[in-house]
Design a protein. Structure first.
Length: 428
């Protein structure tokens, strides 16, 4: 394989991709449950908008601090126990949130759930890349697993909480228990295939491009602020301003997250058909009229439609963040994954209390209006983003090499058989 031009495709460990993606579904169910809890915390415990924004902060603050630490740790040695262990801690924290008698205790257990999320993502993204290699489809499926889990969190939690109230969170531990048992039995044998066989582990190599990676991180942070702000307040906006029931508010949140899964697949397709930067830019361009429409319309059916468009738009960029980040830092897969999947995303949650204070002082409508500025800012930052391997390559060089837009010239796959590759670490 050469380091320039298009690399010959390698086989994909489809079972490995499927298993790690399924674990991603189970883990992110517990991220999706947190925003679904918010209207019930307001109704049953009479929390203010600022207080529920603090709950979102609790779910993200420990992740923000711990995610890069787990990522660096995973770069040194593969620790696959963090996949099942992190998922389990995330589940326990969410379950306990429904039973805590005071706000401080609720905040603490939700923060522990966020710590579990932080432990899960870097090692899971590393395992997914080992199975998928350079397959955009494989990594998109892994990303889709997280989107699906987040959407299922709202879909599962809302009817359970409507039926049993906040104490119904005890039933929500089931997905984590089932997936933990599956991972304990099958994860190692599925991922650790012998070198030279179909689906053997493979990771990228090349020069680290920190400038482009930091630019991408800024875009991820902006998108995260938009995401957390919208998911925290859209259900309440439907209830308070469009005068719907709690159930309809939960449906609005679910519509956003489910259509986000469509946006993930579409973003991956655009990344393969053109290049990842197209996915990022198209998504933010589409988000501007969708968000404005949600704020301006008074028709409930049209509001649901615009929420669906906003979901697709918000997830179009997300679908390429992980693979693009790993290709910018091919020597630090865990760190890149910890930042793009965790740290930068979690930092967005830190802005949520400010949005909550704004909503308390003014209105939810004005708060959602403020969010419209975020995709504009993201588009501005994205103008400085370059494809991996093209930052110093001239157009003439690309023409001579036969490269085309979207091909990564300095990033290549490695397997343990490559003479330049480091051996793939196993669990320790």
């Amino acid at each position: 394989m050469t380091s320039r031009g298009r690399s010959a495709p390698r086989s994909v460990n489809k079972r490995g991709v499927a298993l790690v993606s399924a674990a991603h579904v189970a883990d992110d169910i517990y991220q999706g449950i947190v925003p679904a809890l918010l209207p019930f915390l307001v109704a049953e415990r009479h929390y203010s908008y600022a207080a529920i924004s603090g709950i979102t902060l609790a779910a993200t603050v420990l992740s923000s601090v711990a995610q890069p630490v787990f990522g660096v740790w995973a770069d040194k040695h593969s620790r696959r126990w963090m996949i099942g262990g992190g998922m389990s801690l995330a589940a326990v924290g969410v379950v306990l949130a429904g039973w805590m008698p005071t706000y401080p205790l609720t905040w603490i257990v939700v923060a522990l759930s966020g710590l579990g999320i932080a432990a899960f993502h870097p090692e899971a993204a590393r395992a997914a890349r080992q199975a998928a290699g350079r397959s955009n489809t494989g990594m998109s499926i892994f990303a889709l697993g997280g989107n699906t889990g987040y959407a299922l969190g709202s879909l599962i939690a809302t009817p359970v909480l409507l039926w049993l109230g906040l104490r119904g969170t005890a039933l929500l531990v089931v997905p984590a228990v089932v997936m933990a048992l599956i991972l304990a039995r099958y994860l190692g044998p599925t991922l650790d295939r012998p070198v030279g066989t179909r689906g053997a582990p493979q990771l990228p190599t090349g020069a680290d491009d920190w400038r482009s990676f930091l630019t991408l991180t800024g875009i991820v942070v902006i998108r995260s602020i938009l995401f957390f702000g919208f998911t925290s307040f859209i259900a309440l906006y439907f209830i308070d301003h469009l005068h719907t029931s709690q159930a309809a508010g939960g449906v609005a949140l679910t519509v956003f997250l489910v259509t986000g899964a469509v946006g993930t697949l579409l973003g991956g397709w655009l990344g393969d058909r053109f290049n990842p930067l197209i996915s990022i830019r198209v998504g933010f361009v589409l988000a501007i009229p969708a968000l404005a429409g949600v704020v301006l319309v008074g028709s409930l059916p049209l509001a649901f439609l615009l929420v669906a468009v906003a979901g697709i738009a918000c997830y179009l960029p997300f679908s390429v963040f992980v693979l693009l980040g790993q290709d910018y830092l091919p020597n630090r897969i865990g760190t890149a994954s910890g930042v793009t999947v965790g740290l930068a995303v979690s930092i967005g949650g830190l802005a949520n209390p400010l949005l909550g204070l704004l909503a308390d002082a003014t209105s939810l409508r004005l708060t959602l209006t403020v969010l419209i500025a975020l995709p504009v800012l993201a588009l501005t930052v994205a103008a400085f983003l370059k494809l991996p391997g093209t930052a110093h390559q001239t157009r003439a060089t690309r023409r001579r090499s036969g490269g085309r837009l979207g091909e990564y010239d300095n990033v290549r796959d490695r397997t343990p058989s490559d003479h330049t590759a480091a051996p793939v670490e196993r669990d320790r």
